[in-house]
Ligand binder design. Structure first.
Ligand code: MG
Length: 522
């Protein structure tokens, strides 16, 4: 581009030596060419970026090779880190699936949308849930679609399986995936009698039941690549929510027993391969340089699943807890030419920052009628000295009693206070008065709590207490969606009369062969 501009300038300078005072042919052509080039250049600079969110399920802080896992290899995900920025203090909003996803899609803490779970454990939407992400919540897809973006959701949804709650009614033009977790229905990988057969949806239609999980990840990658190809001349947002590495760790034949980490490693590697295919599709379709890619996960590793679950690395605990291992996630972002390659940032960012960051970059206003908890992270993405806009993070879990909102921990600056804790093995809520306090940057494993008699404790807790009071003032009471319960009539079923056709198989079977599909037996 610079070469062409110089050439045009050169022609202009030569032509302007004409003494006639009239524009010569060369002058005219050169000025037209220059104007066209400036227009192209301006539109390239002003073009809204595409967005790709690669979202893993239950992937721990330590489950990537770039994070130091000794026996898992994730070369394609590691490449995103090498070509972009890797965050070491990236948080999800919650320690389990549905609330974390509600926050990412809305930019709001799940307590604000009634998606923070009920009861002492928090919780997720069951497969026959009456509720879902409330319809008065606005997703980034709603707003970007209105701005002309093509929008697709692929993979796990888990924000309500009733038609009104499905992605195509929440701002996404297209959807292909499992409406909830891969263990929330029966399949060849679980048991024929493990509840409703696992449905696979295209938009709002069940196209396969039970789903054939052995081919699922490749179909996720194919759908994503095809979406990119179809929208390469448009602007687009692709939300690719993998079913990996949630249990059961299903895989295709290609990845069966390939990782020395075992079946979890196989699943992690299969997800990595799909990530590689999607990144290749961006390059092959010429949109790589105008696409911001995020990679992260919804919550920490499911430790109670032992070897079938992941690892939080040096962080303490995992999924179902508000310790760091439950909520701190791998976090990567890549945008060639905009984000410098190979950066590592310790700034505090969150999954719900994706919402305001995308809107800012797309030039779309944030909703003004509600609290948005996420912060635009572009100063951190694009500048070496960019700072996090978060003063404090408010970490929720279920409501241990009727008097408590479910606010279990708060991180302000380098300090994290725990008001209530549990562990994955002991779900009983333990109240801490005075709160436990850790200096989380010096003590990321939360091993050495600070003495409540110390000046350091008093100073840090004064700030946290004041932030807590301000935060609690901003809360309004909303109906708890997970307390709406579930009903059998809300289950997804390809054919309520399937028993007439396939009497030997569970109700809602439309693909009897899939009960006998190949599985990776060790
Ligand atoms: Mg999860």
């Amino acid at each position: 581009m610079n070469f062409i501009v110089s050439f045009v300038q050169c022609v202009c300078e030569k032509s302007s030596s004409s003494v006639s005072g009239k524009a010569t042919y060369h002058e005219e052509m050169a000025s037209r060419l220059l104007l066209s080039l400036l227009a192209i250049s301006a539109s390239a600079l002003a073009a809204d970026p595409n967005f790709v969110i690669l979202f893993a399920d239950d992937l721990g802080y330590g489950d990537l090779s770039v994070a130091g896992h000794p026996t898992i290899r994730t070369p394609n995900i590691d490449k995103i880190a090498a070509e972009g920025i890797r965050f070491t203090q990236w948080y999800s909003a919650f320690h389990v699936c549905s609330p974390s996803r509600a926050a990412m899609l809305t930019g709001r803490l799940p307590i604000r949308s009634g998606c923070a779970g009920s009861g002492p454990t928090g919780g997720v939407f069951p497969e026959t849930a009456a509720g879902g992400l409330p319809l008065n919540e606005t997703t980034f897809a709603d707003l970007l679609k209105k701005d002309g973006y093509a929008t697709a959701a692929v993979g796990k949804w888990h924000l309500g399986q009733r038609e009104m709650f499905l992605p195509t009614n929440r701002g996404f033009d297209e959807y292909f995936g499992l409406p909830y977790s891969d263990d929330m229905g029966a399949s060849a990988w679980t048991s024929m009698h493990n509840g409703v057969p696992l449905p696979l949806l295209h938009n709002t239609t069940v196209i396969e039941q039970p789903a054939n999980l052995g081919t699922l990840t490749q179909r996720y990658a194919d759908f994503s690549s095809d979406f990119i190809q179809r929208n390469k001349d448009n602007k687009f947002v692709l939300y690719m929510a993998f079913s990996h590495v949630h249990t059961p760790n299903f895989v295709s034949k290609k990845f069966c027993n390939t990782s020395i980490r075992g079946r979890f490693g196989d699943a992690d590697t299969e997800m990595d391969d799909a990530v590689g295919q999607i990144m290749t599709a961006l390059k092959d379709n010429g949109v790589d340089n105008n696409t911001l890619v995020f990679f992260t996960s919804d919550n920490g590793p499911w430790l109670i699943k032992r070897l079938e679950g992941g690892s939080a690395g040096l962080l303490f605990e995992g999924k179902t807890t508000t310790w760091e291992g439950g909520v701190r996630e791998p976090g990567l972002a890549r945008w060639p030419g905009r984000i410098d390659a190979g950066r590592i940032s310790s700034e505090v960012v969150t999954t719900y920052d994706i919402f305001p960051t995308m809107l800012k970059l797309a030039g779309v206003d944030l909703p003004s009628d509600r609290v948005i908890d996420g912060k635009d992270m572009s100063p951190v993405l694009f500048n070496d000295d960019g700072k996090s806009a978060h003063d404090c993070l408010f970490i929720y879990k279920g409501t241990p009693n009727t008097k408590m909102t479910g606010l279990w921990a708060i991180r302000c600056g380098a300090y994290k206070a725990h008001y209530i804790t549990n562990t994955h093995l002991n779900t009983t809520a333990v109240m801490h008065d005075p709160p436990l306090l850790f200096q989380i940057e010096r003590d990321p494993s939360e091993q050495y709590s600070i003495s409540s008699d110390s000046d350091e404790y008093k100073e840090a807790m004064a700030k946290i207490t004041s932030a807590k009071e301000e935060h609690e003032k901003s809360l309004t009471q909303v109906p708890n969606q997970m307390a709406m319960g579930s009903k059998d009539e809300y289950k997804l079923c390809c054919d309520p009369d399937s028993k007439k056709k396939y009497p030997d198989y569970p109700e809602c079977t439309c693909n009897p062969d899939n009960w006998h599909a190949w599985t990776c037996d060790a």
